[in-house]
Structure formats: structure tokens, C-alpha cells
Design a protein around this ligand. Structure first.
Ligand code: NI
Length: 235
């Protein structure tokens, strides 16, 4: 009897793992919308680490556009981003605008692409032009899709976590690409608060690349996307 009881106790946790029609938990509901949070001028040490902790705790993914000259000394942080399923992109080497810098801008993109490839492997890191400035020439020469944004939080201007979170919560729509910066603690707080509020409304947080997949749009080289279904005009 005693042995039987012991056996039951041992088997009980195993039984919980078996599928049962009566007790199987309901599948997570299909998200009502998808959002891509993007963080520019990355990586930024402790603030980025705290953001990664918060994203991991929430099962959320994001996209980080990296400044090449900030990579040295932060390679482990970049690897962590990649390992945890976030997308990493190219934001030039010194935050150079691409619409008027010709060969210098091209070189900055190449140098950062090489550093990302050396640190993470892979190739073809998507580009976010600093300040959103790109010319027709930039697009013609691009080797990847270029990513603008459809919702600008102006987090660099206000540096107010409540305001930035409120802006995202009130304005984000299915398919939006949201611009933030992980160099500000206020932006980290805002992003995590927005994820909490919008997850409760059924939104899921994905990388830019996954947003294209979810919306059934094939990303094209040399296109400058505000969001998968909207291009940014350049002259
Ligand atoms: Ni930037």
C-alpha cells in the first residue's frame, strides 16, 4: 500500500504532462494584431540588457538597429540579442545620414555589415537609415530592404516613459513599426509598459522580418518600408 502510494506520487507529475481531452489547457488565443518595436542607436550596455530581460520575461521580440562603432566591447550583448530571437540591423558605422554622403555612407554600411557578420555570422542585415534619410540612390545601391517606421514615439525628445508608453498604447495599429531608442532608460520602461498593456489587448510583439511574414508581404531589396504594406517615398 505504502509503495503504491509512493508510485502514485511519483507518477502524478508525469500524468500532468500527458495530453488529456478533459484537462488540456486551451491553446493561446491567436493574436489580434502584430507590432514590431524597433530600437535604434543600439547596443547600449546596461539599458539594453534590462530591455532584453524585460522582453524575455514577456515572450516579446524586437529589432535592434546597431551603430557599427558601438559594437566593440558589446559583442556578447549582440550575441545575446540574436540568441534570444531578436532581429539585428545596420544603422551605419557612425550614424551617418545616407542621402548625401555618397561613397562614405556606402562604406559605413559595408563596415557595419562586416562587423555584424564577424560577430554573429550570416549576412544581409537590413538597414535603417539614420534619421530616416535616404535618397533614390541609397535605395538603388541597397543590398537589403530598408526599414523606416510608421509610428514615431519621439522618445529622444520627451524622455518621458509615461508619455512614450501612452503614445504607443493609444496609437499602435496592427502592422505598425514603432521607433524607439534603447539608449534611454525611459524608453526601456515605456516599451515594457506598452508591451504589458497591448499584450492584454491581444497584440503580439515580433521582429520586423516576422511582421512581413505575418502580413504575407515578401520584403524586397531596395524598398524603403514604413511598414510591410506601406513604402516611404524618397526623392
Ligand atoms: Ni539613429
Amino acid at each position: 500500500m505504502k509503495r503504491q502510494r509512493l508510485l502514485c506520487l511519483l507518477l502524478l507529475p508525469l500524468l500532468a504532462l500527458l495530453p488529456s481531452r478533459e484537462t488540456a489547457p486551451a491553446l493561446a488565443p491567436t493574436p489580434t494584431g502584430y507590432l514590431a518595436l524597433t530600437f535604434d542607436d543600439s547596443p547600449n550596455g546596461a539599458a539594453t540588457e534590462r530591455l532584453l530581460d524585460g522582453l524575455a520575461a514577456r515572450g516579446a521580440h524586437a529589432t535592434f538597429f546597431v551603430i557599427g562603432e558601438q559594437i566593440e566591447g558589446q559583442e556578447a550583448l549582440l550575441r545575446r540579442m540574436a540568441d534570444e530571437g531578436h532581429q539585428i540591423g545596420n544603422h551605419t558605422f557612425t550614424h551617418r545620414r545616407l542621402d548625401n554622403s555618397g561613397a562614405v555612407g556606402r562604406h559605413e554600411l559595408e563596415r557595419t555589415e562586416e562587423l555584424l557578420a564577424a560577430t554573429l555570422g550570416g549576412a544581409g542585415y537590413w538597414v535603417r537609415p539614420p534619421w530616416g534619410f535616404a535618397s533614390a540612390e541609397t535605395l538603388r545601391e541597397a543590398a537589403t530592404p530598408l526599414v523606416h517606421w510608421s509610428l514615431d514615439t519621439e522618445d529622444w525628445k520627451t524622455r518621458d516613459a509615461d508619455k512614450v508608453a501612452r503614445l504607443i498604447i493609444d496609437h499602435a495599429q496592427d502592422g505598425d513599426v514603432v521607433l524607439l531608442h534603447d539608449c534611454y532608460e525611459s524608453s526601456v520602461d515605456a516599451a515594457l509598459a506598452a508591451i504589458d498593456a497591448l499584450s492584454a489587448r491581444g497584440f503580439a510583439f515580433v521582429t520586423v522580418e516576422e511582421l512581413f511574414e505575418r502580413m504575407g508581404v515578401a520584403p524586397e531589396t531596395g524598398c524603403f518600408y514604413c511598414r510591410p504594406d506601406r513604402l516611404r517615398e524618397v526623392r
